[in-house]
Design a protein around this ligand. Sequence first.
Ligand code: FEO
Length: 173
Amino acid sequence: MISKKMADALNKHMNLELYSAHLYLSMASCSNEMGLKGAANWFTVQYREEMVHFFKFYTYLIEQGINITLAASKAVPNTYTTLLEMFEKTLAHEQLITKCINDLSEQAVQEKDHASQIFLQWFVTEQIEEENNDRDLIAKLKLVGDNGHGILMIDGEMGQRVFTIPPGTPVMI
Ligand code: FEO
């Protein structure tokens, strides 16, 4: 059993993970419009990863006997000028998610809620990888600048990204 305060905080974050999924699906569409099919693939994989994160929160709450609340999703931006802009906004968004995960973890410690502490550990590690991926791509994009050939090379690399379901992921419909 988790506290109502913890359930509310986890539910709020679950909705933020769904927002993240929508944000990246919109970036996939914008990449496609720019002719960057590899980036579109990268963001589509990211969308699917965010849906995994959403379902992890959903399943944890359900297993704790909580009736979840889905908030109406805020509209996500769908106009970007460059791929670099998309990744700078992606990194800023992931830094916000990291802060939220850290706050949730701190709350779990304060409440001596061991189950939520263990549940949140996976996300603490995941956020290191998420921010790192974004920083790597930002560095590469800054290196090539406006060079179209360089951007297409990076786009080709982004096209190689493959979605893999993390072990222990709840079954998604
Ligand atoms: Fe679900 Fe990108 O954090």
